[in-house]
Unconditional design. Sequence first.
Length: 99
Amino acid sequence: MGRDPERALPYLARACGEQGAAIPAAKELAPEFVRECLRMTADAAYRIGDFGRARATLERLGGQAPSEADRLRALDMRERVDWAAARRDGAVVPVVPAR
């Protein structure tokens, strides 16, 4: 995800059980892993400038938050996404071409 967030998104979608994933997840993940998967999906979507997907994922993440701290982390990231979306178009982090 850190090296090529765009390429990571289909794998994350499948792992997180995202609707419309090309291949459904083989097994259901434990709730802790689902939350981390959603966090990584939101981060990857934010990095490539897919702010709508990032927002939707953060809404899901905030709704599943087991604690106030987790809910506030999702809200904080949502505000970062909104801020970036209002000021830019496209990727937030430069995409490094594959070698």
